[in-house]
Design a protein around this ligand. Structure first.
Ligand SMILES: [Zn+2]
Length: 411
């Protein structure tokens, strides 16, 4: 509740790093609090990242595990002047927020609320988002760190902590120092309901289609002028409807035009290509290219360029090479008393997908946040406690499962 009162909204229009200086206000506090716990190397760097190391207390060579969450909040709703409210022993009814009674958290919109009757809930007051995304993750990692520092009898390997800025504007890993982090595996705490574990994201490419027409004075255009804008229109209307984001869900990918720019002579179309299966991206791209070719080949003088850019890849490709990362997370959830582990696939990308391909396989654990990026955001304190327990179990599992034959030179 203290962290959410610090405005850390990131700014998609800014080109500086971090995108808003106020994110450092929270990062600075976190570094100071970690230091106060006795974590000597805790610090914030010039970009607003916080790094900290809880040293190993095991004689085994346990892989270095990192926990990661982001300090910024989404630009979708105001993050300034957040007034967190604690609803103790929630009565299970719709929640009307006091500062704007038109903002009502309704059970029919958020079925998960039913499971939270009797929990202590935190909401904002009606005029701002709460910022549980991702200050819940931050608070949980802080609490787990504090617990580990105060309970040295709990065996664990080296535990790394990193708090990142600018996740919400897609730049959360831009300035991360992987050498300094020096972790083998990671977990982001940036997920929803208790027990959810996300190990899969889309694979993503961007395609830029440039259509070249033939330009003449329109008064003398007969038989010569070829208008690139009209060809672009034909391409757009003939896109496969079955592969549109409007008509796909679950594990289906899509082709999605996001920007058209041009004049009669030349026009570009930017497209997003998404699929959980990376090889399927190529199929969609071939289909798209054939479609453009088909529209253009009948028009003398017209031509086109087709440029594919890789954006990010499904983290599962990396995680499947290290199945213990997800397996241990499931075991930690079970030990935290969660009977039903909910494996989920994200129809988008996360910092974890980028980290996974930067050499840090990194699934996403639940943090408990609900109705994110909105004024109706809420979270259960009990769910947050479950997340803390999960972290503490997880570091112990990594230690237990490391063979005793491999020892470090720890004295
Ligand atoms: Zn988040």
């Amino acid at each position: 509740m203290r962290y959410v009162q610090i405005d850390t909204q990131s700014d998609p229009l800014s080109s500086s790093y971090p995108s808003s200086e106020n994110q450092k206000d929270l990062s600075r506090i976190l570094a100071r609090e970690l230091k106060a716990m006795g974590i000597i190397d805790a610090h914030m760097d010039e970009w607003g990242y916080v790094y900290a190391t809880i040293p190993s207390n095991s004689e085994k060579a346990v892989p270095v595990i990192c926990f990661c969450s982001h300090v910024d909040t989404a630009p979708d709703a105001s993050g300034s002047g957040v007034k967190p409210l604690l609803h103790k022993n929630y009565n299970g009814k719709d929640i009307i927020l006091p500062d704007d009674d038109s903002i009502v958290i309704r059970k029919k919109d958020f079925p998960y609320l039913k499971r939270l009757a009797g929990h202590d809930l935190i909401t904002a007051s009606g005029t701002t988002l709460l910022g549980a995304d991702d200050k819940a993750g931050v608070a949980e990692i802080m609490d787990a760190a504090n617990f580990l520092m105060n309970n040295p009898e709990i065996k664990h390997g080296t535990v790394k902590i990193v708090f990142t800025p600018d996740e919400e504007v897609g730049r959360g890993t831009d300035k991360i120092d992987m050498k300094k982090l020096a972790a083998d595996f990671g977990y982001t705490l940036d997920g929803g309901e208790a027990g959810s574990l996300e190990d899969e994201t889309f694979s993503a490419d961007g395609v830029k289609i440039t259509i070249h027409g033939v330009i003449t004075h329109p008064g003398a255009g007969k038989g010569k002028l070829v208008n690139a804008l009209k060809i672009a229109g034909k391409v757009l209307t003939s896109l496969p409807k079955k592969k549109a984001p409007e008509s796909t869900e679950g594990r289906k990918g899509f082709i999605h035009p996001v920007r058209v720019e041009g004049i009669a002579e030349k026009c570009t179309i930017d497209m997003l290509i998404r699929d959980f299966i990376t090889d399927e991206l190529k199929n969609s791209e071939d289909e798209l290219k054939n479609l453009v070719e088909d529209k253009i080949k009948k028009i003398p003088g017209a031509r086109f360029d087709f440029k594919i850019t890789e954006q990010y890849r499904n983290m599962k490709e990396m995680l499947d090479q290290h199945p213990q990362v997800v397996e241990y997370a499931k075991e930690a959830l079970r030990r935290a008393g969660i009977t039903e582990v909910k494996m989920e696939s994200i129809r988008g990308g996360t910092d974890g997908s980028k980290l996974s391909f930067m050499g840090l396989p990194c699934p996403n654990l639940f943090a408990g946040m609900q109705a994110i990026h909105s004024k109706k955001e809420f979270i259960s304190v009990q769910d947050m406690n479950k997340a803390v327990e999960t972290i503490v179990h997880l570091v112990q599992i990594w230690e237990e499962r490391t063979s005793a034959d491999i020892t470090t030179s720890i004295s």
